[in-house]
Design a protein around this ligand. Structure first.
Ligand SMILES: Nc1ncnc2c1ncn2[C@@H]1O[C@H](COP(=O)(O)OP(=O)(O)OP(=O)(O)O)[C@@H](O)[C@H]1O
Ligand SMILES: [Mg+2]
Length: 808
């Protein structure tokens, strides 16, 4: 009887008393758990590792164990520390425990590593000596933007060339050191070239300025807590005595500093040996090495692989039944992840039945893909068995949300973007649009001021105040005053020069507008000539890479606008009738303003609206589950991400991300990709993601494949001859240019048929013969011939250059 295990546990501060009224019977706490799960819930003593694949109930077990500790083992809730990966997950866990054991659970610590450390440091930091002084307990916490501003000052102090030493890059380097618990001295010792020496001196100075500002950055929170425990054994002992139970969810994503923190808390004082009261705290960690997706933030998959080495007396429990997904979804996930080397094979199974097949779709472009997703959601909701809130749309990078947002805005489908700022609210998108607004309207002072010193070009607040004074004195606009800045009293010569440079930049760009240059071309020039783009590109900060992606997305929006001329939203009906279209920069801004405005509709509050579809990146999706999941943008170069294509470890991390994505789905999984996707420059034609190739063919029901496009493509695409553009029919008028221009783009982008690289045994899809298996190959390059077995159609020898076959 499992309940007996914990009944005599003496570790809780309350002792093994039986007088407290019990809220749940032991059987209630163990209901709905299988034997291995029960074993994990009731386990007492040695460190416990629960390793198991997605959806096997790790989080459920962790939550139940907390309830079990409180209810059955009489552990005081205040002596429990549970660590989750996000604050949202923490809130949910707390709520669930409260449901089980009542309000007394309120005082327990369920939080992220960062929040737990803040709480500890607020109390203890005054005791910690930091370079012969101390922090005050009301320290500030610097977010990424604050840290960056501070680093810019540091680099200026050190007279480091801002072109060679980007604040983001230096911070990223420092962050890596902090995650490894290396202080500035350690970093300096390790520096192997003058570049790193400069970084190390920036690190030293950055820490000093943080301390002077009584501020800590995010990584400091963990590092300082570890240092606190290392240097002040008394303080550490207090926390060891306090937290008799430490539980960590998503353990695979802890980095070294977090790992060290857990060790500090759960170790025991060797000097005192096995004396009473010196027992180590009970530790339980749960995780799945296959879901480790934060290596870029220093997460160390070894932490989970080495757990048994680090804690020699540890107990491991394996969970093998998946309760989340259908067998089809699970088989798909397993067959993707098994392509990673050096992992422990898991036998995850589900008795939820095979369920629906996976649905696949190949869009002409990303709009077609988004349209498919949106229509499919409508259909599902119409059946009455699925609510919009059951549906999640996942993508690899934030920028990809834009196309989905636009289609949902158009169709009136409420949606929320989780863990990301909506596209048109993003700082870089607003900056870029502010530049364009200035070009069209220099009187737009807000936009002008927004871009005046963005990127930094040495036009500070003082200089701006001088220009402002001139504008007021001579009653002109701020822009006019900028043009005549040399007359501004008190303006430093250097600032004057910088202002003149800015004015010249804007005037030069304005001449493009006057020459009716395409908005996308203007936007690209803005980003390049202003130095905005190069600053982001030179940065090592992953956030800046995201910004570059978002700007690429905005350029794509502008290019589409230019390629797809339509009457302006507020055009005169007579102009519309005459087919006059809006193509200028002003028209573009008008169109964007309207989309961006509907973008401001507030999110429906969580859980209150069954009609809201959830959009999020794959990284944000960790730990969650949805009845219906759309996994989009499955293209090599998108997902797996471009960066990872030539790099095995990075590619494996992308594959784990794919595993996370697939395993979020409970009942239905959709996978999709686009033939042509717009980003910088020409639309790119990405091959199918290798993760699609890794799925078993028979599990996917392709609603539309790459080849099918020519046969069953939309009629507007088939009729893509430019000659038809001039003579729209009345019915087709509103959209004629859209379809024609898009078809034109698609046609231009489609290269001559690519010869698929095949090997015997590969499954292929042929336009007329359907599914087949490659049996032999001969010849090379243009002369490659494949013998393909099409079942009842027999074996055919096909010249691959012409054969409409696609590798599956
Ligand atoms: N024994 C069980 N009986 C029925 N349902 C269960 C059982 N164990 C877990 N579940 C359900 O299965 C789903 C997945 O559980 P949970 O989220 O705890 O898995 P997990 O291992 O933490 O997954 P992930 O690796 O994605 O974080 C949840 O809906 C949970 O309620
Ligand atoms: Mg979980």
């Amino acid at each position: 009887m499992p309940g007996a295990t914990g009944a005599d546990d003496p570790s809780g501060p309350d002792g093994p008393t039986r007088t407290t009224p019990r809220r749940s019977a032991p059987e209630e706490l163990l209901a709905g758990l299988n034997d291995s799960q029960r074993a994990a819930v009731v386990h007492a003593g040695a460190p416990l590792l629960v390793v198991a694949g997605a959806g096997s109930g790790k989080t459920r077990v962790l939550t139940r164990r907390i309830a079990w500790l409180i209810d059955e083992r009489r552990v005081h809730p205040g002596s429990i520390l549970a660590i989750t990966f996000t604050n949202k997950a923490a809130a949910e866990m707390k709520e669930r425990v409260e449901d089980l054991v009542g309000r007394r659970a309120r005082i327990m610590w369920v939080s992220t590593f960062h929040s737990a450390c803040v709480r500890i440091l607020r109390k203890e930091i005054t005791a910690l000596d930091v370079d012969e002084t101390t922090y005050k307990s009301n320290f500030s916490i610097y977010d990424a933007a604050d840290s960056k501003r501070l680093m810019s000052l540091v680099l200026k102090d050190l007279e480091l060339d801002p072109k060679r030493y980007q604040p983001g890059a230096v911070l990223h380097w420092i962050s890596n050191h902090k995650n490894e618990l290396r202080d500035p001295e350690d970093a300096a010792k390790e520096a192997s070239n003058s570049f790193e020496e400069a970084y190390a001196s920036a690190y030293t100075r950055y820490q000093r300025r943080l301390r002077e500002a009584n501020a800590l950055d995010f990584d400091d929170l963990i590092m300082m807590t570890v240092r606190l425990f290392q240097t002040l054994p008394d303080v550490r002992e207090n926390y060891r005595r306090r937290f008799r139970h430490v539980l960590v969810d998503e353990y695979q994503d802890t980095n070294h500093a977090q790992y060290a923190l857990i060790h500090q808390l759960c170790g025991h004082d060797l000097e005192r040996g096995d004396t009473p009261g010196n027992e180590p705290s009970e530790l339980m960690v749960v995780g799945d090495a296959d879901q480790s997706i934060y290596a870029f933030r220093g997460a160390n998959i070894r932490n989970i692989l080495d757990f048994e080495k680090d804690f020699p007396d540890a107990t491991s429990i394996l969970l093998e039944q998946n309760y989340r997904s259908t067998q089809t979804i699970l088989t798909a996930a397993n067959s993707v992840i098994k392509n990673n080397a050096g992992r422990l094979e898991k036998r995850l199974w589900s008795d939820a039945g095979d369920g629906e097949r996976i649905v696949g779709y190949v869009g002409d472009d990303e709009h077609d893909e988004a349209r498919f997703v949106s229509e499919e959601i409508d259909k599902l909701v119409d059946t009455g068995r699925v609510k919009a809130a059951d549906v999640a749309v996942f993508y690899r990078t934030n920028a990809q949300s834009r196309v989905f947002e636009e289609v949902f805005i158009r169709t009136g489908q409420p949606y929320k973007v989780v863990g990301g700022v909506r596209f048109y609210e993003r700082r870089e998108v607003r900056d870029a649009l502010a530049y364009l607004r200035v070009l069209v309207n220099t009187a737009d002072e807000i936009s002008l001021r927004r871009v005046l010193n963005t990127p930094k070009r040495g036009i500070g607040d003082r200089a701006q105040a001088c220009v402002q004074a001139l504008a007021e004195r001579d009653r002109m606009t701020f822009w006019e005053a900028l043009v005549r800045a040399d007359e501004a009293p008190g303006l430093a010569t250097r600032s004057g020069k910088n202002i003149a440079g800015f004015v010249a930049l804007i005037q030069e760009l304005q001449s493009m507008v006057a020459a009716d240059e395409r908005p996308d071309v203007i936007l690209e020039s803005v980003l390049e000539r202003s130095g905005y783009l190069s600053e982001l590109e030179a940065s090592d900060d992953p956030q800046d890479a995201t910004r570059v992606e978002n700007l690429a997305e905005l350029v794509a929006v502008a290019r589409e606008f230019s390629d797809d001329p339509q009457p302006g939203p507020s055009a005169d009906p007579a102009d519309v009738e005459a087919g006059i279209v809006a193509v200028g920069l002003g028209d573009f801004l008008e169109r964007v303003a309207l989309v961006a405005d509907s973008d401001q509709i507030p999110d429906a509050p969580d859980g209150e609206d069954a009609g809201v579809v959830t959009l999020m990146t794959l990284h944000t999706a960790k730990g969650l589950e949805f009845p219906v999941v759309f996994l989009t943008g499955l293209e090599d170069g998108v997902f797996p991400h471009q960066r990872s294509l030539g790099d095995q470890p990075e590619l494996e991390e992308e594959r784990r991300l794919a595993y996370v994505g697939v395993t979020r789905a409970r009942e239905r999984l959709y996978i999709s990709r686009a033939m042509v996707r717009s980003a910088w420059g020409a639309p790119s034609h990405n091959p199918a993601s290798r993760f699609i190739d890794e799925l078993p063919v028979d599990l996917v029901d392709w609603r539309r494949t790459a080849q099918a496009q020519t046969r069953w493509g939309r009629p507007d695409l088939a009729a893509s001859s430019p000659a038809r553009m001039g003579a729209p029919t009345a019915a087709g008028r509103r959209n004629f240019s859209a379809a024609a221009a898009r078809a034109d783009v698609a046609a231009k982008a489609k290269p001559a048929r690519q010869i698929p690289s095949l090997s015997p045994g590969d499954r292929v899809l042929h336009d007329s013969f359907g599914m087949g298996t490659v049996v032999a190959l001969e010849g090379a390059g243009d002369k490659s011939v494949a013998s393909i077995d099409f079942g009842s159609d027999g074996v055919k020898r096909l010249l691959l250059r012409y054969a409409p076959v696609e590798k599956l």
